[in-house]
Design a binder for this molecule. Structure first.
Ligand code: SAM
Ligand code: SF4
Length: 441
């Protein structure tokens, strides 16, 4: 019998080696990219949060009303620019940061997107504190089909370590707000993070038991993903994660959620009849607008500037936010497709053939065969289906891919460190002026 930890380590090393070319970004002038061949999704990044959590790996800054309102105007200009250039989207995802930090601006922007594009899905991220009836009703009226709430855990001790307990609500308050919010939307998703350094299996089981009683019909369970900066910030209160515990946590999740909740990707579990959320799985192409957003269009990866000032200036100058890009080699495109499709539970043979021709099976013979031999995928008449065993590995691989994105984010944020730091000095709750209070992050 193989040692599973050894196989996990070897697979991740191999994955890292095979995907080392994915994030080699180079400078880009920033015009609107060409319209892709297939369907596309729109991702809108809102990088403002009331409190900056130490574990967070996303591009976000301290919320300040005037800065955020100005930013939303730029966003709408950029969205119009893509529309004028012929881009069309089948769904939209508002992510952050915290998109609900400026409700009126958010709702105006949703209205613009729905007026310009025939979107079937409107997904919005939020925090537990913002789950108040007037906002919920406004989001419902605006056509939001999926609300995703960052809970992370219902465990008060862990919430304290994450510096969320006071600002975003304790475990019991959060549970109550989710119960209240669930009936408003076709999909109510709860984000939980597992493998937090001081989390026990019992604490995770308790989180899952609480979640199941709230009427929410989807849960995304993210392994704690780090980067050098995240690790440094977590050191003080949260400690450092232990990758060796991932398997037992993941096993507990799958066993506890089934059969009521079934996987819609390797880390998203949904009640029967509710659609999947992962826009990178749902649609092969996506356009990211805003500061610190990524696009993937016909094999080219684009990233926008991480400076909010530069972003606003670029939009005023008639450009998009894009400042870097990388055209993946054909083999890397195929590998990216394989990663995304298998993460989304399966790859359809005819779809892959239509997309890349028979060279897909020749080039990726090694990857496909390895998955079969290890029992990660099962071959059937349609193509390759992910097995229960394979789900764990795909969760690991996607997490590895996201960590490489986090490292890129770290580097880009370091370039504009002084500007990002300056947002920490705004204290909107006090005076709205620069108050020079050092809020770390
Ligand atoms: C961009 S946040 C938006 C949610 C909202 N701002 C909140 O936190 O309440 C989306 C989700 O990313 C996840 N996330 C953030 N940092 C993470 C990390 N380092 N590892 C794993 N998941 C992370 C959290 O579960 C979070 O809810
Ligand atoms: S986890 Fe959510 S609230 Fe916390 S910093 Fe990240 S985006 Fe903001």
């Amino acid at each position: 019998m193989f040692d599973s930890t050894l196989i996990d380590t070897l697979l991740i090393r191999l994955f890292r080696y095979r995907t080392r070319g994915f994030m080699q970004m180079t400078e880009s002038a920033g015009p609107v990219p060409p319209v892709p061949q297939g369907e596309a999704y729109l991702y809108v990044h809102i990088p403002f949060c009331e409190v900056l959590c130490p574990f967070c790996s996303f591009h976000r800054v301290q919320h300040h009303a005037a800065t955020a309102q100005f930013y939303f105007q730029s966003l709408r200009e950029e969205i119009k620019r893509y529309h004028a250039a012929g881009h069309r989207f089948t769904g939209v995802y508002f992510g952050g940061g915290t998109p609900t930090c400026e409700p009126t601006e958010l709702i105006t922007t949703i209205g613009l997107v729905r007026a310009l594009f025939a979107v079937r899905e409107v997904s919005v991220e939020t925090n537990p504190k913002d789950l108040q009836p007037p906002l919920l009703a406004a989001l419902q009226a605006a056509g939001v089909t999926r609300l995703s709430v960052g809970v992370q855990s219902f465990d008060d001790q862990l919430l304290r370590e994450m510096e969320r307990h006071t600002k975003y609500g304790n475990g019991a308050e959060t549970a109550e707000r989710i119960r209240l919010a669930a009936p408003y939307f076709p999909t109510l998703n709860v984000d939980l993070i597992f493998n937090q350094p001081h989390q026990t299996l019992a604490s995770l089981q308790r989180d899952l038991a609480i979640f199941r009683k709230l009427g929410a019909n989807q849960v995304s369970l993210y392994p704690l993903m780090t980067s050098p900066t995240v690790l440094r910030r977590m050191e003080k209160n949260m400690g450092q994660p232990d990758q060796r515990r991932l398997r037992s946590f993941y096993q507990t999740i799958v066993e506890t959620l089934g059969p009521e909740f079934t996987p819609s990707s390797a880390w998203c579990f949904t009640k029967a009849g509710v659609g999947s959320d992962e826009y990178i799985v749902a649609s092969e192409n996506y356009v990211g607008v805003g500061s610190g957003a990524f696009s993937y269009l016909d094999g080219t990866l684009f990233a926008t500037t991480f400076s909010l000032q530069a972003y606003n200036e670029r939009i005023r100058a008639g450009l998009t936010g894009i400042t870097t890009q990388h055209q993946l080699s054909v083999t890397d495109r195929m590998r990216y497709t394989l990663l995304v499709k298998m993460f989304g539970l399966g790859l359809d043979r005819e779809w892959a053939r239509a997309r890349y021709g028979d060279r897909f099976f020749r080039k990726l013979w090694g990857e496909l065969r390895t998955m079969e031999v290890l029992g990660a995928a099962r071959r059937d008449a349609q193509g390759w289906r992910l097995t229960g065993r394979g789900m764990f590995w795909l969760m690991l691989m996607m997490s590895e891919f996201f960590e490489s994105v986090n490292t890129y984010r770290d580097a880009m944020r370091a370039h504009v460190h002084t500007e990002l730091e300056s947002y920490n000095h705004f204290c909107p709750a006090l005076t709205g002026e620069l108050c020079r209070q050092p809020l770390i992050n």
